[in-house]
Design a protein around this ligand. Structure first.
Ligand code: FAD
Ligand code: SIN
Length: 534
């Protein structure tokens, strides 16, 4: 058994920020399932939304967030996160993060932050490092972590399940005591115990066949929290990014919304600027609207993709502002300075998650959730672009402050039984695992995608229930593998997305259901909350 004062599951922006805050006050374990940099954070392109310019205001950022959230954001949470953003960003810069700057016109060489623009923002307010913001943030945070003797990072360690006092049969308030963790290097299950456990496990894009997310995004945190009895909310609000590169050899490569922010225009294959008739903000309308319009355009024309055209901008500007997108597309034979980019929508961001307040507290004592795994109320029914890195920074910081003030770390951990493998043997047919992975991802894409109907949701629900039975048998009879553990989690998350979508009798934000094409006033302020056995 490995004992720590703080157990952090995940090494993206949320987990690393939290770990750095608490490290001066105790021993921290960061458990992460691949190498330490592999995370959604590492692939973030556009940047972090925050008010840093004289021409901008907190009111404007709050208002844009509320509009995008389609009535479901919690305004007090929005305000807190927006207002605390600049201080957290200043700390990130102090750690060594370098955001892109531009020369102030007519200033003789003085520089200021170069602010980008993305869908739904009424001002330029996106701090970025060219088009590789996430990579630079991850690098700065990991560098700071490497200097902290109190932090130990466990790579290739995949958390399986949370350990709670209730599960172990202790009476009294349910308290999280740590987690069982699959050590992939040695093929065994270890106990990590701590009075404070933080879920910073990110999102669940891999539940869908097409996604912008890397392979780590299998919704493990939400699935673990659900199994442990925590409340989960708003999982129906899966954000589809409108512009993922469409190329047979490209695996989930995002074309940042910042490309549209700098003038990129969406066109049909026939060259028609189809967003003109959809929304006054045209190609820069909020994401849910753009993704639905592309879906409709593709269905109408029968085309496999649409086009994103930025060729009217000078080549030098494009190459300097979007070097990663330029070079990656060029590797696939597309010169974005000369030809439009074929794009399709793809699953991108989980707006729902483990229910928390703005300090990351869940309804299980000792269990916190921060970053994409959490549902704080910031995003409502549709996240405003570049608000997620901001939320992760602010909420991870707040969770750390809350915990340090409350002295959680003094709790005594009761005995925890070792992991029981029973009579499990090596799996005879791994094809069951790979087949079920594919089946879930495909059925979620076909039946629980951008446009939904009750019938499709019910179909999906039945099929997921059958698959879960099969996965359950497999889980109990065969030795663990990372693929099997993640399959079990994507099945749970798929179930939760469908369950939440069926709970909501309306179309709002990212949940568009043809059986209820309009918003329902009764649901204007209601989250769809699910709990195990409830
Ligand atoms: P992540 O960064 O995803 O980190 C999760 C961590 O948990 C990883 O280390 C993972 O390995 C680990 N983990 C998961 N499960 C387990 C387990 N069972 N056991 C152990 N470890 C586990 N947002 C913005 O605000 N601006 C942007 O410009 C932007 N661009 C994006 C571009 C792309 C391509 C993508 C995919 C997302 C983008 N987002 C952007 C969203 C944003 O990157 C994420 O929401 C944010 O980085 C999430 O941070 P996180 O720390 O919560 O999770
Ligand atoms: C992007 O660069 O388009 C992604 C921004 C985000 O998801 O917030």
């Amino acid at each position: 058994m490995k004992q720590f004062d703080f157990l952090v599951l995940g090494s993206g922006i949320a987990g690393l920020t939290f770990a750095l805050q608490v490290a001066p006050r105790g021993r921290v374990a960061i458990v992460t399932k691949k190498n330490r940099a592999e995370s959604n954070t590492n692939y973030a392109q556009g940047g972090i939304a925050s008010v840093t310019s004289q021409e901008d205001s907190f009111e404007s950022h709050v208002s844009d967030t509320l509009v995008a959230g389609a009535g479901l954001c919690k305004e007090t949470v929005v305000r807190t996160i927006v207002e605390e953003g600049p201080a957290r960003i200043a700390e990130l810069i102090e750690l060594g993060m370098k955001f892109s700057e531009r020369e102030i016109p007519a200033s003789r060489g003085a520089h200021e932050l170069d602010l980008g623009k993305e869908g739904g923002h009424s001002k330029r307010r996106i701090l970025h490092a060219k088009d590789v913001t996430g990579r630079e943030i991850e690098k700065a945070l990991l560098n700071a972590v490497s200097k902290q003797p109190n932090i130990q990072v466990f790579e290739n360690h995949l958390a399986i399940d949370l350990i709670t006092s209730q599960k172990l049969g202790y009476v009294g308030e349910n308290h999280c005591l740590g987690a069982y963790v699959f050590d992939k290097n040695h093929n065994h299950v270890a106990i990590f115990s701590a009075p404070v456990t933080v879920l910073a496990t990110g999102g669940c894009g891999k539940v869908y066949l097409y996604t912008t997310n890397p392979d780590i995004a299998t919704g493990d945190g939400v699935a673990m929290a659900y199994r442990a009895g925590a409340s989960i909310a708003n999982m129906e609000f899966v954000q589809f990014h409108p512009t993922c590169l469409y190329h047979p050899k490209a695996k989930s490569f995002l074309i940042s919304e910042a490309v549209r922010g700098e003038g990129g225009v969406l066109k049909s294959l026939a060259g028609k600027e189809f967003m003109d008739s959809v929304h006054p903000l045209k190609s820069l309308a909020p994401r849910d609207i753009v993704a639905r319009a592309i879906d409709s355009e593709m269905k109408k024309s029968g085309a496999d993709c649409v086009l994103l055209d930025i060729t009217h901008k000078p080549a030098k500007f494009i190459i300097e502002r979007f070097p990663n997108i330029y070079e990656t597309c060029l590797r696939y034979g597309i010169d974005i300075t000369k030809e439009p980019i074929p794009v399709v929508p793809a699953a991108h961001y989980q707006c729902g998650g483990v229910v928390t307040n703005v300090d990351g507290e869940t309804d299980i004592a000792g269990l916190f959730a921060v970053g994409e795994a959490a549902c704080t109320g910031l995003h409502g029914a549709n996240r405003l672009a570049s608000n997620s890195l901001l939320e992760a920074l602010v909420c991870a910081h707040r969770a750390a402050q809350k915990i340090l003030a409350a002295r959680h770390a003094s709790l005594v951990t009761p005995p925890i039984p070792a992991w029981q493998s029973g009579h499990a043997t090596d799996a005879d047919e791994m094809v069951v695992v790979s087949h079920n992975w594919d089946e879930i991802r495909r059925l979620m894409w076909d039946y629980v995608g951008i446009v939904r109907t009750n019938k499709r949701l019910q179909r999906a629900q039945k099929r997921i229930a059958n698959l879960q039975e099969e996965i359950h048998d497999y889980y109990w009879n065969f030795n663990l593998t990372a693929d099997l553990l993640e399959l079990r989690n994507i099945a749970t998350v798929a179930e939760l997305i469908v369950q939440c979508a069926l709970l909501r009798p309306e179309s709002r934000g990212l949940n568009y259901n043809l059986d209820y094409p309009d918003a329902n006033l009764e649901w204007a302020q209601r989250d769809s909350v699910v709990r195990r056995g409830n």
